[in-house]
Design a binder for this molecule. Structure first.
Ligand SMILES: [Zn+2]
Length: 254
């Protein structure tokens, strides 16, 4: 299984529009971060987690020509705003399955009413097939099983996903003990680390490292990164062994 980091930035992306912060001005490609998402693929199967506003650009960069579904973590715009751009997949493959919490599906129905319209549909509109994700109910993704992991983004419920020995958790601030159990034995963990300063709804760097220390995966990758965390090269040097700062277009093999 391969995991391709489509985007590793926080909600505004890096550079932030109009920012003169040194990280936003950096020439290092690893300091350019699109909105957070991953592409997971194995054999003939291909899924993405989240579909933010940079989706089109990300799918062009990753050369992902076929998609079997989108797993949504939550409804915030940096994770959903690209849904209109699934059309090239629709035209080639037909309806695209989307997997999300009932609340998120309802939210998408409101935000993208024309996608879910059943009467007088515009012929070129995106088309999706909705699958509701419920906690404690693993579901099939191709010939593998995705296990939803219920986490908290402040007061907002968010799903992370485990597929085999890989787990992807973003926009986490807290996680219940019962959910931590579901991460036992994971070999590769991706988790959000916004910046060094604490934040109300995201792990900061220390919280992410403490969490990794509890799960003890073989390798961990940090994502959903703010320019305030610092330059990729400098932050990467400070991290413990087997903890890596993810960057856009990094592909790892699980
Ligand atoms: Zn986010």
């Amino acid at each position: 299984m391969k995991v391709y980091f489509l985007g590793t930035g926080t909600s505004q992306g890096i550079p932030v529009i109009g920012s003169h912060h040194s990280v936003c001005m950096s020439d290092d490609p690893k300091d350019k971060r699109l909105r957070v998402a991953v592409w997971i693929h194995w054999d003939d199967y291909s899924f993405v987690i989240d579909c933010g506003p940079d989706f089109r650009q990300q799918m062009l960069a990753s050369k992902c020509v076929k998609l079997d579904g989108i797993l949504f973590t939550h409804e915030h715009a940096d994770h959903t705003a690209g849904l209109d751009d699934i059309r090239p997949y629709n035209f080639r493959q037909g309806e695209l399955p989307i997997f999300a919490h009932e609340r998120v599906l309802k939210n998408l129905n409101r935000r993208f009413d024309y996608i879910f319209e059943t009467e007088n549909r515009y012929p070129g509109a995106p088309s999706v097939k909705e699958f509701e994700v419920k906690n404690n109910e693993p579901f099939a993704v191709g010939d593998k099983i995705a296990v939803p992991i219920n986490v908290w983004h402040g007061n907002l419920q968010v799903f992370g996903y485990r597929i085999d020995d890989f787990a992807y958790l973003t926009d986490v601030k807290t996680i219940d003990e019962a959910e931590i159990e579901k991460l036992k034995g994971v070999k590769v963990l991706v988790v959000n680390a916004l910046r060094e300063e604490p934040h109300a709804t995201h792990f900061n760097l220390q919280e992410a490292l403490d969490f990794i220390g509890r799960i003890k995966p073989e390798r961990s990758y940090l994502t959903h990164i703010s320019h305030l965390l610092g330059f990729h090269e400098e932050v990467a040097k400070k991290l413990p062994k087997n903890v890596f700062l993810a960057y856009d277009n990094l592909e790892i093999t699980i």
